[in-house]
Design a protein around this ligand. Sequence first.
Ligand code: F6R
Length: 615
Amino acid sequence: MCGIVGYIGNRDAFPILIKGLQRLEYRGYDSAGVAMISPEGNLNVYKKKGKVSDLLDSCKDKDKSGNIGIGHTRWATHGEPNDVNSHPHYSQTKDLVIIHNGIIENYASIKEGLQKRGHTFLSETDTEVLIHLIEDIRKHEPEMKLGHAVMAALNQVNGAYAIVILDKNDRDTLIAAKKGSPMVIGVGKDEYFIASDASPIVEYTKNVVYIEDEHVAIIRRGEELKIRTIRDKEITPYVQELEMELEAIEKGGYDHFMLKEIYEQPRSIFDSMRGRLNSETGHLKMGGIEEHEGKFKNAKRIIVIACGTSWHAGMVAEYLFEEYARIPVEVEYASEFRYRNPIIYPDDIVIAISQSGETADTLAAIELAKTKGATIFGVCNVVGSSIARATHAGSYTHAGPEIGVASTKAFTAQVTVLTLMALHVAKVKGAIAESRYRQLLYEMESIPAKVEEVLKLNDSIKKIAAEYKDAANALYLGRGYSFPVALEGALKLKEISYIHAEGYPAAEMKHGPIALIDEAMPVFVIATKGPNYEKVVSNIQEVKARKGRIIAIVTAGDVEVKKMAEHVIEIPETDESLVPLVSVIPWQLLSYHIAVMRGCNVDQPRNLAKSVTVE
Ligand code: F6R
């Protein structure tokens, strides 16, 4: 959560900071702020509750000059979203300013000590405490350089941080540090860019350094980048080339990132299979698994840990691994798992799924599983992310940057990779018949084209959206492989349109939720052809008998459900186990259109952030 940016070089810092913050706004948008040192040596700080556009309006006529500066977009943790709690925060003398992503857990005790020493605080934030502490350390050792004061302070704090500090009296230095929150530094010619991810940097330079935990970067104008640990050990910066194109992080003519990302799915699903699947030879190449083939082969159990949409992909994985590879799977919310004293055996395989690779709960669950000796396998989208680095092995999803806060293409890419993994393990174990294995590989290759077909239904899905946009509640039903898709459909609707929605296994409905059904209740059902079809048809009848309104996803050519439903959405036929990759698309489009029609901010829904780096 929270996006941070920084710049030092020869250009005007302000436009670079603002553009960077707009790129990072997906990380949080409760408030935004910037600080620059003008050529006259004034430290100008502007901050405002709301979006980056509100900040821009509020500082229209102000002095924004300077070629060194920092900026922040906030997802509030400590203190409500208001102007005062916005970053940057000042030190006691107002000589230093800081931006921070993360949480300082022991801030209250540090604050108490500082207050006893005469410090007064303007905001309710943990961040302000940190910058006061840094200044306090320097006050007692005036000869100490700012970088060393930062190191000393960071040795006293618990928690997570990605911080950048600006000193009014030194126009040539930025100090940055991180632990548990991401940070990347772009290395240009005589200039440096700092950001929470590479998206604000990619248009200026492709040379980047990913900062490691407990490292402090001392960034001085005209000098080489210096990195030290918080215990003052020198580190040689590892400059690597960024594999990201500017177009990947722009809207490319779409009204919203979410729509663009929905439409990218034929491509992103293809990309997540590219180089891995060859249906002609029957070969599947999953590097990470090959390294740990024996472990997968002998695993008595797989534990999946994830949050939100990634957890739904994990639910699909449960069905896949159990069906193809005959390995029992438990799917766990990372946030529950980490605090439950779970039973983990050294021969367990833990699969951690995360788009951002930064989700704090998932990361903590991984660390816990590691202490018990399990093998941890990551399925992440963001290359080089904390989770990707914390795992023993893994497979990237290669979906490209996902910027819309509601996850779409990341889900289908995760399910694609998990399907390939399950097939690979099934083959290695000899748990799947060769003919079925081959048939599934062929079928996987046809999925991008089938998703393309479903995207052509956009106009009719938009009409359905118009009819149900004012619903107060919605129910999503599915059985078997379609149950996780029901959960995902409900999550998509509630998070971007604020309509209350629940996903349920269709047969479970009669144990409670059926009481909710009346003529005002839209019930979104997946009733594709497969072993559960007749059962789902019965569930649809139960809804109809109570005057509920059925909107069903069916297999092309279906006649039975058509007779009962208000609307059917026909999707191309595929293997039962691959249906989630196709059937989730209409639910994504439906949520998108309903949210747009309700005037909601689709890409930045209220209270949410793309990357949840707090627990
Ligand atoms: C929903 C959504 C969230 C994320 C969840 C986990 O659309 O995006 O539920 O899926 O916060 O995030 P990652 O996958 O980055 O760990």
